[in-house]
Ligand binder design. Structure first.
Ligand SMILES: [Zn+2]
Length: 424
């Protein structure tokens, strides 16, 4: 059992030698992983890894852009039913498979989003080459869906008995605002004691929530032909003034323990060369884990636009694109870091051979389905699925071998946190 880690977020600021070492509670131990029933479940993953990869390819090939997850959900439902889980599909489309414990333990939820960012009609051919799978969505998040099903199969096949219930959820609409997970938590507020989102690459355990505000800043005026445009209210001038003003709003320094960042990403407006446009808009992507900073920066950005609009005599309004709240600063989340969920996940990953190197082992941020639990006060983390890259592009790829670690991680988290008491 080991539970020592560095307060690693600070390692970007201070030399490692100066950092106080902290010990956090864990529920994992090597002895736990050596229990016969746990070893059986882990061995199941190795013995069936090739068919796991085939299923991973099969899942990747089922189109599932956000809002169109039905076919993928039906596949997952059928697999869960075959395993003997208690399976339901809720009104938004999440697939939920519950595995009962014997009682007296905590309920552990694993969530893997089923949706991808790739529109219907995208070529989902999967190419296997040099230990990697290449296809849109193969990494984000088909790998997690396949890992979750494989882990559930291994746990069932080994007959692992736990105190707590384990709930496996394939969620919908993660990519467009974590809608499926939010919906499930709204309708099951007291069900999960802990939540583990399966998303992202293998690496530091995320136990916080990055707040993300996406806005469209919209400026409007009457417009006018160029010949009669002198002195007329000009939405493009107001938008330009506002963009320049936004970039004067101070951000915490690059090395600050709690950062923030904004970006103007899309600009739109005007239909013709020879007229003042009637409408001009641009988008702002604002991010920080600090709720106070998030609100403060957001107000400053909106105020900058209002002032620019006033000075140019045009109308302004902010249109929300999406709003995902911030979980808190590392200080505010100190109690979350103390929750055994986090260190257990760190220890499990190290036991499985993952080397954090100089990187932190846990970070007080995150932008996955786990955010929805973090902001509701439920202990939650996100853990990776494998290694991979180019996610959200058509050149997405995933490393095959590391999905084995991602899968075994689910088994060991189940044994530790839902408390294995034996095998059947
Ligand atoms: Zn994802």
């Amino acid at each position: 059992m080991r539970a020592t880690t560095l307060i690693s977020l600070l390692s970007f600021v201070y030399p490692l030698g100066l950092i106080a070492q902290a010990t956090y509670p864990t529920k994992f131990s090597a002895q736990l992983a050596e229990l016969p029933v746990v070893r059986d479940a882990l061995a199941y993953v190795d013995d069936n890894f090739e068919s796991q990869v085939s299923e991973w390819i099969r899942i990747t090939r089922i189109p599932a852009p956000s809002g169109h997850e039905g076919e993928r959900a039906a596949y997952i439902r059928a697999q869960m039913e075959q395993l003997g889980l208690e399976v339901t599909i809720d009104s938004i489309g999440n697939v939920i498979g519950r595995r009962r414990g014997v009682g007296g333990g905590e309920t552990l939820v694993f969530a893997a989003h089923m949706d991808t960012v790739h529109p219907l009609g995208t070529d989902l051919t999967v190419n296997r080459e040099a230990g990697r799978l290449h296809a849109p969505g193969v990494y984000d998040n088909s790998a997690s869906v396949a890992n979750m099903l494989a882990a559930a199969r291994a746990i069932q096949s080994a007959g692992m008995v736990t105190r707590g219930d384990v709930i496996f959820i394939g969620t919908v609409r993660e990519e467009v605002g974590l809608d499926g997970m939010s919906h499930w938590l709204d309708h099951n507020p007291n069900v999960p004691d802990m939540l583990v989102a399966r998303d992202g690459g293998l690496g530091p355990i995320s136990y916080g929530a990055l707040g993300i505000y996406w806005s469209s800043m919209e400026f409007a005026a009457e417009g006018s032909h160029t010949l009669s445009s002198r002195g007329k209210p000009h939405p493009a001038r107001a938008a330009s003034r506002c963009i320049l003003g936004i970039y004067d709003i101070p951000l915490p320094s690059r090395n600050a323990p709690v950062g923030a960042v904004y970006n103007v990403g899309m600009l739109r407006g005007g239909n013709v060369v020879n007229a003042i446009p009637q409408e001009v808009s641009f988008t702002v992507d604002l991010r920080t884990v600090d709720p106070v900073l998030l609100a403060g920066l957001d107000s400053a950005i909106v105020a900058t636009c209002e002032t620019a609009a006033q000075e140019e005599g045009v109308e302004f309004h902010r249109e929300w694109i999406s709003q995902s709240e911030a979980g808190g600063t590392p200080d505010q989340l100190a109690d979350r870091r103390e929750h055994p969920l986090v260190q257990t996940a760190v220890d499990v990953l190290e036991y499985l051979g993952y080397d954090f190197g100089r990187r932190p082992s846990a970070v007080a941020t995150g932008s996955t389905d786990a955010n929805t639990a973090v902001i509701r006060g439920i202990p939650a983390i996100s853990t990776g699925r494998s290694r991979g890259g180019n996610q959200h592009t058509v050149t997405e790829w995933a490393d095959i071998e590391t999905a084995r670690i991602g899968t075994k991680q689910i088994i060991l988290l189940t044994a530790a946190l839902a408390e294995v008491v034996g095998g059947t």
